[in-house]
Design a protein around this ligand. Structure first.
Ligand code: AP5
Ligand code: MG
Length: 192
């Protein structure tokens, strides 16, 4: 199964991807996690990305595509993947199509998790206290939501127009959201 997870910051992409990975036995590729690992390692790429991420802007398309190509060159992506956090603008959506075409692959579904902004702000404020992620402060959260509306929402429309979009309600207990995703994309793999 090849999945693209879409949704605003805090919509639950990472949380659900971790479960989907176990259930579908495919790797979870989070561009945010890959970037945070670079920042933590203090690599040149990490140093470049650090400030941009902390204020809630997008890191350059070029850096992202390089990272993605590198990750997709690993064998474990051959039989499927859950892509979380990419694409985030129309140029990235086109780059993903090209990359997958060059690998002879197509993704099965783009799943959008929908959560209202009020709940998102609440969730991220909770995570700020628990984990202290550099971009979970109120100002950066506002910026991330704005970037999502301006740059990522068109990607959702792009997939809708191409008949590739599955919209899933992301509000409710984690198990309930997970069940909704599985029922929407792989009902034969639903539990119970
Ligand atoms: P990224 O790491 O992708 O962050 P994000 O999109 O802002 O999303 P989050 O990781 O904050 O939220 P999530 O949807 O994964 O939700 P989660 O499961 O954690 O990107 C970070 C930055 O990296 C970007 O701003 C950008 O700078 C850069 N970047 C990354 N990709 C890029 C790209 N392609 N191009 C350019 N730049 C890029 O859940 C959030 C919280 O809610 C958690 O505390 C969780 O426990 C809780 N929660 C989850 N589900 C529920 C539920 N059902 N009910 C209640 N609480 C819940
Ligand atoms: Mg995440």
């Amino acid at each position: 199964m090849r999945l693209v997870l879409l949704g605003a910051p805090g919509s639950g992409k990472g949380t659900q991807a971790a479960r989907l990975k176990e259930h579908l036995q495919v790797p979870h590729i989070s561009t945010g996690d890959l970037l945070r690992a670079e920042v933590a390692a203090g690599s040149p790429l990490g140093l470049q990305a650090k400030e941009v991420m902390a204020r809630g802007d997008l890191v350059s398309d070029e850096i992202l595509l390089g990272m993605l190509k590198d990750r997709f060159s690993r064998d474990d992506t051959r039989n499927g993947f859950i892509l979380d956090g990419y694409p985030r603008n129309l140029a990235q959506a086109a780059a993903l199509d090209d990359l997958l075409a060059s690998l002879g692959q197509k993704f099965d579904a783009a799943v959008q998790l929908t959560v209202d902004n009020e709940q998102i702000v609440e969730r991220l404020a909770g995570r700020a206290k628990a984990e202290g992620r550099a971009d979970d402060n109120p100002e950066s959260v506002r910026k991330r939501l704005q970037v999502y509306d301006q740059q990522t929402a068109p990607v959702v429309e792009f997939y809708r127009q191409h008949g590739q979009l599955t919209v899933v309600d992301g509000v409710g207990p984690l198990d309930a959201v997970f069940t909704r995703i599985i029922e929407a994309i792989a009902p034969e793999k639903a539990v119970g």
